[in-house]
Design a protein around this ligand. Structure first.
Ligand code: IMP
Ligand code: MG
Length: 172
């Protein structure tokens, strides 16, 4: 499969560090409940939480809406959190916000469980593909194209998640 690098590891890590510093100052003195949205956010999440200073709870949730490189449009919950978010400041950590459906599902999910506040941090934001309006509070990069990306957690048919950079898939 042909790919072309869009963001290299150094640039990605520089942006994540800056985002972590912003989040630390925004939540200064308040515990934060960081939720990794598996599988795509695993690498971004690990790097981001290293740069958040203060009391940080960590938990994982697994969802998917993808079938190969196509979105099915239907979000499925596979594994829920292991701790309660009731009265917690929640930070949803996502790889990419595209149609906004995953985020809409997660916000509703955490609101219904009594979270005190719910914000979102994503590695990539692609507002041009949005189908449901979702506010993104923290992001590293904004995408202007619909190119399909892999690496730094993002997959194509469950592969390439381990790439340290982010690359565009060149479909022939
Ligand atoms: P949404 O629900 O449409 O916002 O999509 C969110 C999920 O779709 C992300 O968490 C990714 O797992 C997946 N996704 C969207 N665009 C891409 C892409 O370019 N490459 C890999 N996965 C993607
Ligand atoms: Mg994802």
């Amino acid at each position: 499969m042909k790919t072309e690098v869009v963001y290299d590891e150094k640039e990605i890590e520089r942006r994540i560090k800056a985002l972590g510093e912003r989040i630390s100052s925004d939540y200064a003195g308040e515990p934060l409940f960081c939720i990794c949205v598996l599988k795509g956010a695993f690498m971004f999440f690990a790097e981001l939480v290293k740069h958040i200073i203060g009391e940080v709870y960590i938990d994982f949730i697994r969802l998917d809406s993808y079938d190969g490189a196509r979105s099915s449009g239907e979000v499925k919950l596979h594994n829920d959190l292991s701790m309660s978010v009731a009265d917690k400041n929640v930070l949803i950590v996502e790889d990419i916000v595209d149609s906004g459906r995953t985020l809409e599902f997660l916000r509703t999910h955490f609101d219904s469980k009594g979270a005190r506040s719910v914000k979102v941090a994503c590695l990539l934001d692609r507002p041009k593909n949005r189908e449901v309006m979702q506010k993104v509070d923290y992001k590293c990069f904004t995408l202007e194209t619909s190119a399909f990306l892999v690496g730094y957690g993002l997959d194509y048919d469950q592969l390439y998640r381990n790439r340290a950079d982010i690359a565009e898939v060149k479909f022939e």
